[in-house]
Write a protein that binds this ligand. Structure first.
Ligand code: FES
Ligand code: FES
Length: 169
């Protein structure tokens, strides 16, 4: 029996993609294999590690637990969408670089998307809040200390950016 296919509109990083995909295709597979956005990594494939985290309408979601057809028309942001239009790094990306928040980098896309959404809602987190925010993401390399520092550094960079925007006005 051939698998049923359905049309879906995937809006990813501001670009619209119309595709027809198998109804059971995961969003993680659609991103990586249909759209070739391989920044989204797949680790455990059952919702535990957080490597596959993307933003759906600005909120973190495990793309390995979502069917592509279930996000029809929603706004999806992958790690590729975090940088500025000119390729400049976002505050969170810059902070990971500054604080050595990654080693092998496999987990990093999931951390970057998770932290970006977290800081949007909490621009001045405490260290405890930063730890809580990343508690759903697993890293096998860094031991989390530098990732926590990265969260706090990113918050600082964002506040500095907001302050300099205000100065210009
Ligand atoms: S690959 Fe999705 S949570 Fe691990
Ligand atoms: S940097 Fe290697 S798994 Fe996190």
């Amino acid at each position: 029996m051939t698998e049923q296919q359905l049309p879906v509109t995937l809006r990813v990083n501001g670009v619209r993609h119309d595709r027809t995909v198998p109804v059971r295709m995961l969003l993680s597979d659609a991103l990586r294999h249909e759209l070739r956005l391989t920044g989204t990594h797949v680790g455990c494939e059952h919702g535990v590690c957080g490597a596959c985290t993307v933003l759906v309408d600005g909120r973190p979601a495990r793309s390995c637990l979502l069917l592509a057809v279930s996000v029809d028309g929603h706004e999806i942001t992958t790690v590729e969408g975090l940088a500025g239009a000119d390729g400049s790094m976002s505050a969170v990306q810059q902070a990971f670089r500054d604080c050595h928040g990654l080693q092998c980098g496999f987990c990093t896309p999931g951390f970057l998307t998770t932290i970006s959404a977290f800081l949007d809602g909490n621009p001045s987190p405490t260290e405890t809040e930063a730890r809580e925010a990343i508690s759903g993401n697993l890293c096998r390399c860094t031991g989390y200390e530098n990732i926590v520092r990265s969260v706090l550094r990113a918050a600082e960079l964002m506040r500095e950016g907001a302050a300099s925007d205000t100065d210009v006005r």
